[in-house]
Design a protein around this ligand. Structure first.
Ligand code: 5AD
Ligand code: SF4
Length: 444
């Protein structure tokens, strides 16, 4: 049974990638604009938005169990909206299978959430999985809140069609948001307290547009323009695709001091036959050459990547090529996943799917190598003095948590506040974070 009075409180739960986190924030802003208030921690909300991810394993199953868990002891449920990539891919099934869901809204249609909420409160269920990406951004309210570090979606969608990936189907074709809009949103974010902005896109470095004077610019041009904002101290971006890397972007890492020395450049596999079957259109060697060029422009750059183990047909030799690539790069951080067949993607029906046990074992070996390199990178940082942007309080009284330029988590004690850029001596390394000692404190 659903309550039918208008909702007063809401909760948005986001799963998956940083773009989903961004979308979740924008949905919260829309609901706040509509007069709803966020439900307090632990309290029941009148409206719950499940902002779902479809990239890997059992995404839909998870959504159904999350929906089930929203049922209250008295048998009622809040108003439930399923948003995100599972909504896009499986919206109709969700509506048919889960009567307690009253709204299904795709990642390109959530600007229409307020109308859907009004109708849902009156008892009408609705599905909206249209894909007018540009219309969405134009219809969203201006940003009001931001932490020290904020996300800004500049590009969405993907035209690359890697054979394992669902994103071209859930997020649609590549679109770039106009420069003026991005500049305005970045300004609002800094006014709201953001000192760091991470530019987001499924292929963020495929962004193109025109600057304020109407000249065509590429992604590095966007970075250079945003770097002119006086209150913005750090710029990051994710995720980039090797094929969209330009000379200008590499050069920007050497020239733009606000662009942080960190690069997330997924490779997925170190084996050329597997890369070919994945339709990656780069080789292990061309990827390594790209990284060398980044390192030449910015010698201290921290490198990060994504890997999939157990892609169909992956032999022990293919996998050891991946391990070898990892050894030769020395990643500061990397993400690795077991291959998960996604319905509707070409790889899902390829021959020679890999047994789960083999995948488990390969994932463990790969993660051991990645963890080893991450720890080594952290240990190598000990003794350095660097800026840390303070993002939140630590677990212990008087402790603060922030990020180094190389995206390492750094905790330290002393006089600071959120949003400060402090100077810290890196004193001790753990596998996932570093302990710093406050040196001097720069003005906020
Ligand atoms: N199975 C496993 N991992 C995947 N990724 C994308 N699709 C799949 C899939 N079907 C991983 C890739 C990508 C990251 C966001 O998720 O490594 O870079
Ligand atoms: Fe998940 Fe991809 Fe959708 Fe992000 S874009 S939520 S990673 S499926």
């Amino acid at each position: 049974m659903r309550s039918t009075s208008p909702p007063r409180t809401y909760r948005v739960k986001s799963f998956g990638c940083q773009m989903n986190v961004y979308d979740g924030e924008r949905m919260s802003e829309l609901l706040a604009e509509q007069g709803l208030t966020p439900a307090a921690d632990g309290a029941d909300a009148d409206l719950v938005v499940l902002n779902t991810c479809h990239i890997r394993e059992k995404a839909a199953d998870k959504v159904y169990s999350d929906i089930g868990r929203l049922r209250r002891e008295d048998g009622t449920t809040p108003l439930i909206a399923v948003a995100g990539c599972v909504a896009q891919a499986e919206g109709e099934e969700i509506m048919a299978r889960a009567p307690s869901v009253s709204m299904v809204v795709g990642p390109q249609a959530y600007h229409r959430l307020p109308e859907m909420v009004e109708r849902a409160a009156a008892g009408q269920r609705a599905t909206d999985t249209d894909m007018p990406a540009a219309a969405k951004f134009a219809a969203l309210p201006a940003r009001r809140r931001a932490g020290a570090s904020a996300f800004l979606t500049v590009q969405e969608g993907c035209d690359k069609f890697c054979t394992y990936c669902v994103v071209p189907y859930t997020r649609g074709a590549e679109i770039s948001r106009p420069f003026d809009d991005l500049l305005a949103e970045a300004e609002r974010l800094t006014e709201a307290g953001a000192r760091e902005i991470t530019l987001l896109g499924q292929n963020v470095n495929a962004w193109t547009g025109e600057d304020a004077k109407g000249r065509a610019i590429a992604f590095d041009g966007l970075v250079r323009e945003l770097a002119k904002l006086p209150d913005l101290q750090r710029i990051r971006y994710t995720t980039s695709h090797p094929n969209d890397v330009t000379e200008g972007l590499i050069a920007a890492h050497g020239e733009v001091s606000k662009l942080m020395p960190y690069l997330h450049l997924p490779v997925q596999s170190g084996s050329n036959p597997i890369l070919k079957a994945m339709n990656r259109s780069h080789t292990a060697e061309s990827y390594l050459r790209l990284l060398e060029r980044f390192r030449a422009a910015r010698p201290d750059i921290a490198l990060s990547g994504d890997f999939i183990v157990g892609f169909p047909g992956e032999t022990e030799q293919d996998f050891s090529d991946t391990l070898q690539l990892v050894d030769s790069v020395g990643y500061a951080q990397a993400f690795s996943f077991k291959y998960s067949p996604r319905p509707g993607t070409p790889a899902a029906t390829m021959e020679h799917q890999i047994a789960p046990g083999v995948m488990d074992e390969r994932l463990q070996r790969l993660q051991a190598a990645i963890n080893r390199d991450q720890y080594a990178f952290n240990r190598k940082s000990v003794g350095l003095r660097c800026d840390v942007l303070v993002e939140r309080k630590g677990k212990h009284p008087g402790q603060w948590l922030g990020k180094s330029p190389w995206l390492q988590s750094v905790h330290f004690e002393g006089d600071a506040k959120i949003g400060d850029m402090v100077t810290v001596d890196l004193a001790e390394a753990g596998p996932n974070s570093l302990r710093g000692i406050l040196a001097t404190q720069a003005a906020a």
